[in-house]
Design a protein around this ligand. Structure first.
Ligand code: IPD
Ligand code: CA
Ligand code: CA
Length: 267
């Protein structure tokens, strides 16, 4: 059984505490589907409550660290080297519709680089965790990216842009190109969990454009520590700033980037 560092215990503990509230609230969502207003306000309250819990737990354990949180934004800390990057509920649309696939993502950035991350799936009680230099784990077991070499055998995940997001045509070009050469493409609705699944070898690769740092900070550490590669869609290292990410095992990272690159050129 792998032993988590004190830092990772703080992060995992915060995720688990927030998850208890989310699980309780997820049980209510189904009842609210039939109401005319639907569960939207209820879900945003659940989202904010989860963030509040995570913030309180992390601030109690590391009072000097800064924060970047999806709901409440940036909070500078006395320690400018360390910053928590938090998505309290990734997969909000799934949650809102009673579709049991969502996660909590907590990353720690140190001196500008992703350093540690936990991604927790409350429904499956799966805690993915990693710290730079110490490997990646799922609950108590070491995880590694898949060993597949061939695009034709590989299963990829992505995110589909929706109303209000840019790049619909570009996405369709990318999808068409990957569909034609792979064993399949999934859209599960929680980018953080998709990236964790790449680390665990369940997906051979993942790409999405237009994400935010809290969707990917924890996942970047997980995939790297599981032996995979992470970049933006062009193969560059600018994913946290651009919001575009491509994560895959080391054999498929370049072929996937090339397929996407060719499709971008044609769109
Ligand atoms: C969303 C999910 C989704 C992705 C969207 C994100 P949210 O995050 O990660 O999979 O496609 O781009 O915004 O809003 O559920 O935290
Ligand atoms: Ca998110
Ligand atoms: Ca969110």
């Amino acid at each position: 059984m792998a032993r988590r560092s004190a830092l990772l215990n703080v992060m995992a503990g915060a995720a688990q505490k927030a998850a208890r509230g989310l699980i309780r609230d997820f049980g209510e969502v189904e009842n609210l589907q039939v109401s005319r207003k639907g569960p939207a306000d209820f879900v945003s309250a659940a989202d904010r409550a989860a963030e509040k819990t995570i913030h309180a737990e992390l601030a109690k354990a590391r009072p000097r660290y800064g924060f970047l949180m999806e709901e409440s934004g940036e909070k500078a800390g006395a320690d400018s080297s360390n910053r928590w990057i938090v998505d309290p509920l990734d997969g909000t649309s799934n949650f809102l519709h009673g579709f049991a696939h969502f996660s909590i993502s907590i990353g720690l950035e140190r001196d500008g680089d992703p350093f540690a991350g936990v991604i927790y799936s409350p429904i499956h009680d799966e805690m993915f965790w990693a710290e730079k230099g110490s490997g990646a784990y799922l609950n108590g077991n070491r995880i590694r990216v898949s060993a597949r070499h061939n695009m034709a055998d590989s299963l990829f995940a992505t995110g589909i842009p929706f109303k209000g997001k840019e790049g619909h045509d570009l996405f369709l070009g990318h999808l068409k190109a990957v569909m034609a050469v792979s064993a399949g493409v999934r859209r599960c609705g929680s980018a953080a969990l998709d990236i964790a699944y790449v680390a665990a070898g369940r997906f051979d690769g993942f790409w999405e454009a237009g994400l935010n740092p809290w969707d990917m900070a924890a996942g970047i550490v997980l995939v790297r520590e599981a032996g995979g590669l992470v970049s933006d869609l062009d193969g560059g290292a600018d994913m946290m700033a651009s919001g575009d990410i491509l994560a895959a095992n080391s054999h498929l990272h370049r072929p996937l980037a090339e397929v996407l690159g060719r499709a971008s050129g044609e769109t």
